[in-house]
Design a binder for this molecule. Structure first.
Ligand SMILES: Nc1nc2c(ncn2[C@@H]2O[C@H](COP(=O)(O)OP(=O)(O)OP(=O)(O)O)[C@@H](O)[C@H]2O)c(=O)[nH]1
Ligand SMILES: [Mg+2]
Length: 723
């Protein structure tokens, strides 16, 4: 059905365009992709999302949910050009696909649903595009929908992007009767018949004023893009069509103009024109260069050394791993030998393909700037660079946004533990926004991702593709323990059972460690002055943050020097398993200043235990407190949901730090304890019908409130009893 591939030409760099299709979920990207491929005769029939037969939503899970989850490479041909597109998911949960696409495209088409205008996805994704210097063409879709509203969609775009928005078209009518638009670059009207055939017509009199007004606006915007054009405009009062395009090209590439067009993928309206405009306005890859980790700029030049960059890998039955790449420099051809700079492995390009979803066509050569895929590489992952010509270029890795949702995961049956680890590692290699880690501290296997839906998709795969049952559990909170004041204690460990006994006695004093504070040697213990003479000092940085400073203040040989490391070992055991709740302890100065030995029974074990217990006792007397991780969060909320989001945050012990407004959204900054953030992305989504988004980052550790400390202490005691 979708196999009607025509013989593929080899396209030169200048004939190629690389474009990402992006936009809020359900804006119609995947549907538009079908129309783009039909126009380019890559397919001979359009599939639909509902019929589960589109090129881009080609996995079982995408068809199940009727939405895109992975970035999908496809191409179309227009005139002498080949346009490589990447259809991306519109849900924030799968943002990884869009971020990786940004690394290999040179421009983007942002679809905006004509029923809703700017949505949260439009807003978030355009911010990312700006960060990645990807210029955007705006395309209003679904104007054939009965609820479509062109005027309000246009207003919302102007509100979001200001004067950058530059309409090249407007619809004649919207809603069910939508079948025509006016193009103010061509100054023609285009009407589409039921069978998709396009008629070019003169602009009717009643639309002439509107068309002229928009054209005048367009001319001005084009003139502003360049001084020479501005002069030409002042001289003649207008610009020629070629000059307008020239201005559009310049303004677009500088990110100052966002041309606005109309498309309907479902009705195949404006699709050919969109391709034409892409070939006219969007930059070809030869105009770009890419940076390597060592800061070298590598121009995208077909005459350079061969180099390709893998931005995605996926797995298909019978085929194994497929690596999707962009040719960064030179030419890549079949049977070429390249070296993977990231791991030194030699790779042969045994099959070279262009791809439209799962449909691949074999080609012999791809030029700099083109995109394709290959199979059977030995050891290649996304972010890897493969070079020829003895080059050691390593292109900068894609920086993915930090995770927003974290859960603990466990195989239902213990025998599946190892298999689960393998599945997760593979999933993380295919989708780098999945982060897997085993927490020694929490004794849990944790997976993090961009949202609950993201993680549920992963769970679906584990269950369905890998036939492994798992449970998702609430992750434990990595509390920390520390002390607030000085305390001293002594502990005698003695054991006399049968043969050799055990004996060790340790006197110690602990106090809070404060970065940069002067060293203390005078203390008051039980009302008496205690002056320590510091003989040795060891400053240890804890793996989990914070310090332990271990002072040897033994005088007169009350404890032999050879036992000091054993005492430290005992203390470290309790640092690792804090005396209050078993969490990691941090930021303590510990002075060992006295003790006793037994000529026969003292050994390392005895001093380790004495040190361990003396530390525990001192800790409990030293105003101990439990610290919890606090995250800095930034929530982007549509103004009408602000109240609900605020009160929800207040129930989560949040400290609201500020609010600002940005392009029709409110940006809320707050500090929130991690313990209150479990499934926050899910709650936020339901409070705002998916119109909000947020980021979170560890900010600091602060003391938990007294009632919570009390509860945690009790819980630990109960647990201890169970043991
Ligand atoms: N009326 C109308 N409906 C459309 C049009 N394009 C897409 N749709 C419908 O809108 C829904 C979403 O379309 P998709 O193509 O899956 O949208 P998407 O942007 O790929 O969505 P995600 O993959 O979730 O990001 C489907 O039910 C389509 O049939 C259009 O031009 N007009
Ligand atoms: Mg889609």
């Amino acid at each position: 059905m979708l196999t009607n591939f025509n013989g593929m030409k080899t396209y030169n760099t200048e004939q190629i365009r690389n474009v990402v299709l992006m936009g809020n979920t359900k804006s119609g990207k995947t549907t538009l992709a079908e129309a783009l491929m039909l126009e380019g005769k890559v397919i001979d029939r359009r599939g639909t999302v509902e019929a589960k037969n589109t090129v881009c939503d080609n996995t079982e899970i995408e068809q199940l949910y009727q939405r895109s989850i992975y970035p999908t490479l496809f191409y179309s041909e227009y005139g002498d050009h080949k346009i490589n597109f990447i259809d991306t998911p519109g849900s924030d949960d799968f943002i990884g696909g869009l971020i990786s696409a940004f690394r290999v495209v040179d421009s983007g088409v942002m679809l905006v649903n004509g029923q809703h205008g700017v949505e949260v996805g439009t807003e978030i994704f355009s911010r990312y595009a700006e960060q990645h210097n990807i210029p955007l063409l705006l395309a209003v879709s679904q104007l054939d929908h009965e609820k479509a509203n062109w005027d309000s969609a246009l207003d919302s775009l102007k509100e979001a992007f200001g004067s950058k928005v530059c309409p090249l078209q407007f619809p004649v009518e919207t809603g069910l009767a939508f079948n025509a638009y006016v193009d103010v670059l061509k100054m023609k009207m285009y009407r589409f018949k039921e069978d998709g055939e396009r008629e070019e017509l003169d602009i009717p009199a009643e639309l002439a004023d509107n068309a002229e007004e928009l054209q005048a606006e367009l001319v001005e915007r084009a003139a502003e893009a360049d001084e020479a054009l501005m002069e030409a405009f002042f001289e003649s009062g207008t610009l020629t069509p070629e000059q307008i395009v020239q201005g559009l090209v310049l303004g677009f590439r500088k990110g100052e103009i966002m041309p606005l067009v109309i498309v309907s993928g479902k009705k195949d309206i404006g699709v050919k024109r969109l391709m034409e405009l892409i070939t006219l306005i969007a930059p070809h890859p030869g105009l770009t260069s890419a940076k390597t980790v060592s800061g070298e700029e590598v121009p995208c030049d077909a005459n350079g050394a061969s180099s390709l960059y893998i931005y995605k890998t996926s797995q298909e039955q019978h085929l194994g791993d497929i690596a999707y790449f962009r040719v960064m420099s030179g030419k890549v051809s079949e049977a070429m030998d390249l070296v993977n700079v990231n791991n030194g492995s030699r790779e042969r390009i045994s099959g070279l393909f262009v791809a439209a979803g799962r449909k691949r066509e074999k080609v012999t050569e791809l030029m700099a700037g083109d995109m394709g895929c290959t199979v059977k590489l030995k050891n290649a992952k996304s972010n890897h660079t493969l070079n020829g010509g003895g080059k050691s270029w390593e292109f900068e890795p894609i920086a993915f946004p930090p995770s927003k949702f974290r859960t603990a995961i466990k195989a239902k049956s213990d025998k599946d533990d190892e298999k689960l680890g393998e599945i997760l590692n593979r999933a993380a290699a295919e989708d780098p926004t999945i982060v897997v880690e085993y927490s020694k501290e929490l004794k849990q296997l944790l997976v993090s991702g961009q949202g609950e839906h993201h993680i549920n998709t992963l769970k679906w795969h584990i269950n369905n593709t890998h036939k492994t049952e798992v449970d998702l559990l609430t992750p434990k909170i990595p509390y920390r323990e520390t002390i607030t004041k000085m305390a001293a204690s002594s502990y005698r460990h003695r054991k006399q059972s049968g043969g050799a006994g055990q004996f060790g006695e340790v006197h110690m004093l602990i106090e809070p460690y404060v970065e940069g504070a002067p060293e203390n040697s005078r203390f008051k213990v039980d009302g008496k002055d205690l002056v320590l003479s510091i003989r040795g000092k060891e400053e240890l940085t804890m793996e989990w943050g914070g310090k332990l400073v271990y002072y040897n203040c033994i005088v007169g040989g009350s404890i032999d020097g050879r036992f000091m490391p054993a005492i430290l070992k005992g203390i470290m055991e309790r640092m690792e398993e804090g005396p209050l709740t078993g969490s990691y302890a941090r930021d303590i100065n510990c002075y060992v200043y006295d003790g006793k030995m037994h000529p026969v029974d003292s050994n390392e074990i005895s001093f380790k235990l004495a040190g361990r217990n003396a530390f525990r006792d001192a800790f409990k007397k030293a105003g101990p407190k439990i610290m919890e991780p606090i995250y800095q969060i930034e929530v982007m909320v549509p103004s009408d949901c602000m109240g609900d989001v605020m009160s929800d945050l207040q129930n989560r012990r949040a400290l609201i730090e500020g609010m600002s407004s940005e392009k029709g959204f409110q940006v809320l900054k707050a500090k929130v304890p991690l313990a209150e953030l479990h499934k926050y992305s899910t709650s936020l989504s339901s409070l705002t019908s998916g119109r909000a988004s947020f980021t979170m980052e560890l900010a600091e550790y602060t003391q938990v409130p007294a009632d919570i400390q009390e509860r945690l202490l009790q819980e630990y005691e109960e647990e201890d009893k169970d043991d």
